[in-house]
Design a protein around this ligand. Structure first.
Ligand code: FES
Length: 113
C-alpha cells in the first residue's frame, strides 16, 4: 500500500522509531512528526540509523546520509525520501508514500474531541 497507518501518535516514543516492516523511520519531536524512508536511493538496501554519529548508513555499499536524509557520501545519488503524514479519522498516524515532502516538513496531529 502506498498509504498506510503506522500507529497512534501517542504510541510513538520521542525521537527516532524504526518500523522494520515498512522500512521507514518515524521521528517524533514533542507534538510534531515526520517520516523518512529507509530505502537507500542507490540500490534499495535498508539504511540503518547510527546514533553515535547521528547519521544513516547503508550496509550494502557504504552510502552515508545526514540526519535529514541528505547524502554525505555515495554511491547513493540522492537523499532519502520524506513522506507526508496525516491523521486517519480513527486516530492513527498515516503515511502517504505517494506524497514526498521536503525536510522542513513537520506534521502536528490535530487534537481529537
Ligand atoms: Fe545503499 Fe548501495 S544500496 S549504497
Amino acid at each position: 500500500a502506498k498509504r498506510f497507518k503506522v500507529g497512534r501518535p501517542e504510541s510513538f516514543p520521542e525521537g527516532l522509531n524504526f518500523l522494520a516492516e515498512r522500512r521507514l523511520f518515524v521521528i517524533r519531536q514533542g507534538g510534531e512528526f515526520y517520516a523518512i524512508s529507509a530505502n537507500c536511493t542507490h540500490l534499495g538496501c535498508t539504511v540503518q540509523w547510527k546514533e553515535g554519529v547521528r547519521q544513516f548508513d547503508c550496509p550494502c555499499h557504504g552510502s552515508h546520509f545526514r540526519e535529514d536524509g541528505s547524502v554525505i557520501s555515495g554511491p547513493a545519488p540522492q537523499a532519502l525520501a520524506w513522506y507526508a503524514l496525516a491523521l486517519s479519522p480513527d486516530g492513527y498516524l498515516e503515511v502517504d508514500a505517494t506524497s514526498e515532502v521536503n525536510p522542513e516538513y513537520r506534521f502536528t496531529p490535530p487534537k481529537r474531541a
